[in-house]
Design a protein around this ligand. Structure first.
Ligand SMILES: Nc1ncnc2c1ncn2[C@@H]1O[C@H](COP(=O)(O)OP(=O)(O)OP(=O)(O)O)[C@@H](O)[C@H]1O
Ligand SMILES: [Mg+2]
Length: 228
């Protein structure tokens, strides 16, 4: 069990462009306790990725705050925000975002080395590769891995630093049904083992149901599923 706490208050995001402003969501109040895994569903284009990116500090909100364990991340300067991203928040994306010319092991090691000494980064890398069940593939070039293996590698890269908060954007969106189930199992098993909070966005209802709580993003707000 972890005691990670995420809270957003009066969160709004507007993309401003010359032709029109796109108001993605507004006035969102929402909390997540790290003890419960969370899925956010919603139709394509409704703003799921945008919400996750605002939560994970990849893009600033237009208004409102994002608090991680009581500390307001939206008031941090760029250096402080970079530290939070380096230490506390990790992402898994639909299209993996690996370094294609590097090996599986190098992809994970680079992430580990950002936070740990050479020796510790090596040890953590090998331990996470073991958890992923990919020791036999560790020296493969990333571009030659299967889709499922690529996503496992991306999960390892995210978890090797033991983040407080793991965010996943359509982590199974590029995989067939069988591999999607395997990836969800792995994500949830390792999230528990590594004791981090987990928030995922997806439009796949079956995958969402693997999580403890489901919210729907609709009409610019987040609704618990039964009220959506
Ligand atoms: N950087 C950007 N600049 C301007 N508009 C953007 C930007 N990113 C997203 N949008 C717009 O914001 C809205 C929400 O996009 P977002 O990608 O968050 O939706 P989504 O729910 O993740 O969709 P999908 O399920 O297709 O991934 C869309 O109308 C999109 O066109
Ligand atoms: Mg998206």
């Amino acid at each position: 069990m972890n005691n990670v706490h995420v809270e957003v208050k009066q969160l709004s995001k507007i993309y401003r462009s010359p032709g029109e402003d796109i108001k993605v969501f507004s006035g969102v109040d929402w909390t997540a306790s790290g003890e419960k895994t969370v899925a956010i569903i919603g139709e394509s284009g409704v703003g799921k990725s945008t919400f996750l990116h605002v939560l994970g500090q990849l893009t600033p909100p237009t208004e409102g705050s994002v608090c991680l364990n009581g500390s307001d991340l939206t008031v941090l300067d760029d250096n402080e925000r970079a530290q939070v991203l380096k230490n506390d928040i990790a992402f898994v994306f639909q299209f993996f975002q690996l370094f294609n010319d590097l090996t599986l092991r190098e992809n994970i090691y680079i992430a580990a080395r950002m936070n740990y000494s050479e020796k510790e980064a090596m040890e953590r890398t090998d331990s996470v590769i073991d958890d992923l069940g990919l020791s036999h593939r560790k020296d493969h070039i990333a571009s030659l891995l299967s889709g499922g293996e690529k996503q496992r590698t991306a999960i390892g890269r995210a978890l090797v630093k033991d983040p407080a908060l793991l965010l996943a954007d359509e982590p199974t969106g590029n995989l067939d049904e069988r591999h999607s189930e395997e990836i969800m199992d792995l994500l949830l098993t390792l999230q528990k083992k590594r004791n981090c909070a987990f928030v995922m966005v997806t439009h796949n209802r079956a995958m969402a149901e693997c999580c403890d709580e489901i919210y729907r993003l609709e009409h610019r707000r987040l609704h618990p599923l039964e009220e959506a």
